[in-house]
Design a protein around this ligand. Sequence first.
Ligand SMILES: *[C@@H]1O[C@H](CO)[C@@H](O)[C@H](O)[C@H]1NC(C)=O
Ligand SMILES: *[C@@H]1O[C@H](CO)[C@@H](O)[C@H](O)[C@H]1NC(C)=O
Ligand SMILES: *[C@@H]1O[C@H](CO)[C@@H](O)[C@H](O)[C@H]1NC(C)=O
Length: 384
Amino acid sequence: MAGNGSLATVLGLILVLTLFHNPITVAGQSIPAVALFTFGDSNFDAGNKQSLTKANVPQGFWPYGKSRDDPNGKFSDGFIAPDFVAKFMGIPIEIPAALKPNVNVSRGASFAVADATLLGAPVESLNLNQQVRKFNQMKASNWNDDFVKKSLFMIYIGANDYLNFTKNNPIADASAQQAFVTSVTNKLKNDISLLYASGASKFVIQTLAPLGCLPIVRQDYNTGMDQCHETLNNLAKQHNDKIGPMLNEMARTAPGFQFTVFDFYNVILRRTQRSLNYRFLVTNSSCCGVGTHNAYGCGFPNVHSKLCEYQRSYLFFDGRHNTEKAQESFGHLLFGADPNVIQPMNVRELVTYPVDEPMREFWLPTTSSVSDSTSSSSHGYEFY
Ligand SMILES: *[C@@H]1O[C@H](CO)[C@@H](O)[C@H](O)[C@H]1NC(C)=O
Ligand SMILES: *[C@@H]1O[C@H](CO)[C@@H](O)[C@H](O)[C@H]1NC(C)=O
Ligand SMILES: *[C@@H]1O[C@H](CO)[C@@H](O)[C@H](O)[C@H]1NC(C)=O
């Protein structure tokens, strides 16, 4: 039996250990030691594309990784949003590319691959369905059911489907567009259901960016500097409008299904339209590339691409991927923003939300879209 003196020592030690071993303690709740799994396209690719092609991929070359002195297979000058989310979750290692040999997947993995789509079979890539299958193959030998259920599944996919559709059907009418959006979002729902059937229960779905405002799209479609390609923005909007209601329904019908929706569309649009509020000087053309919007060919050995002097003043690093500075702000928004940006809860809340408990709140349509609001500065989300 310990005397009073040593009890005090033990208590003091426990206090010290608690203070120093749980640096991320929010509102009395520490973040559980779970994993982060990411799925989708180049935005979340942590180096998988390099394993699926024999060709040299540009993202393996300078100036990708410029801010970290090292190209790492990611489409950025450094880290990408999931890296920051992982860090905020207290995960001590970088989330590795699942397809690379000998990686440590104890705290998650990226299954996302550049060029990934929902429909079709992209060349030297994996569609979302194939990514989910890959997860299932690896699951048994790496992660148990309880761990999978508590872990986070982040998905960003669909942009390549709409870029491809618009390229092949430049004059598609409204009903052809609607039919395509329906088939893309049905496929997404199907693949999310497969992940749920594999034991996943916590989903973070990111809406599509305003695709028509990506520098490479402005450049390819000659929209000029201050115009976006509205057809692509409309397709992205139609797609995004289906996400929240679809997930609400899944949460109502599938026991234990929990989710949140990150409003990436308006996050990008706000930065594009009011760049200085977010400390970006350039949002309509990229830091690295060639062309009217400096949007093509970053990292290509045969392209003499131009590199901006200071990447942190740019929203886009290449024609369609954001700079590390922007990615870090997305990480902060995902982890801690309020429902104007991510709803019904943020990642911090989702990862601490008890498993198997029904969600108390659902996704609601918002009026936070910047373009149709002239008095937006009176709203609270001006600085998100
Ligand atoms: C994998 O990473 C974890 C930290 O998340 C560490 O505890 C473990 O030792 C690592 N495993 C190997 C084989 O390096
Ligand atoms: C792109 O569109 C074409 C024509 O509709 C289709 O055949 C092809 O499978 C699509 N590619 C991908 C990767 O979805
Ligand atoms: C960038 O694009 C936005 C939206 O298309 C536009 O409002 C803004 O004026 C453009 N900025 C520049 C510098 O052209």
